[in-house]
Design a protein around this ligand. Structure first.
Ligand code: URA
Length: 187
């Protein structure tokens, strides 16, 4: 299905229901997605951290800088992809999101994905991969393998934050983003 062109502001209005969510009540910012709403590639992380909370954007800390380097291996700039998280906010005391919190956010990630309608979804780490592929298989086994979920091609990779200080994960991530570049060029 072809979608009408949509601006980031319009997309946010349509799919960000943080204003209606009790978890976001006490927060000054909620972290909506970022990038091109018509992107071929949607990147899905886990949940915002402190830096993201402050800036209202996903992946702006150290993991975000590394993600940008990884995107370059796939010949992509950050502005050309759409970056979202499974959870759009994380209550300050909560490092371990509860199923009911994930439940609250899930429909909006789904709407966001449908509105953007990417060809490829890259899931970063176990949490996003399990959520999108509905699997219990860990990222160690799944990374770098292309899956088809409905109309989307899904490429699970390690989370860049987990790879920052782990050379093995770094080299796997770098290979997986190089593969993404090849897949994009082949389409
Ligand atoms: N890690 C994530 O999973 N998401 C962010 O936005 C930042 C770090």
């Amino acid at each position: 299905m072809q979608h009408e062109p949509i601006s980031l502001t319009e997309l946010e209005k349509q799919v960000c229901a943080c204003h209606a969510c009790s978890l976001a009540d006490a927060r000054t910012q909620t972290v909506f997605g970022d990038g091109d709403p018509h992107a071929r590639v949607m990147i899905i992380g886990e949940a915002p951290g402190k830096n993201e909370d402050l800036q209202g954007k996903p992946f702006v800390g150290a993991a975000g800088k590394y993600l940008q380097e990884l995107l370059a291996l796939a010949h992509l700039e950050r502005e050309q992809v759409f970056i979202a998280n499974v959870l759009k906010c994380r209550p300050p005391s909560n490092r371990d999101p509860k199923p009911e919190e994930i439940q609250l956010c899930a429909p909006f990630l789904r709407m966001q994905t449908r509105a953007i309608d990417p060809e490829f979804i890259v899931t970063l780490g176990n949490f996003a991969t399990k959520f999108i592929l509905k699997t219990d298989v860990g990222i160690t086994h799944l990374h770098g393998q292309l899956h088809q979920t409905g109309k989307f091609k899904v490429l699970p990779v390690y989370h860049p934050a987990a790879a920052l200080y782990d050379p093995k994960k770094r080299s796997a991530l770098e290979q997986d983003f190089t593969l993404l570049g090849q897949l994009l060029a082949a389409e």
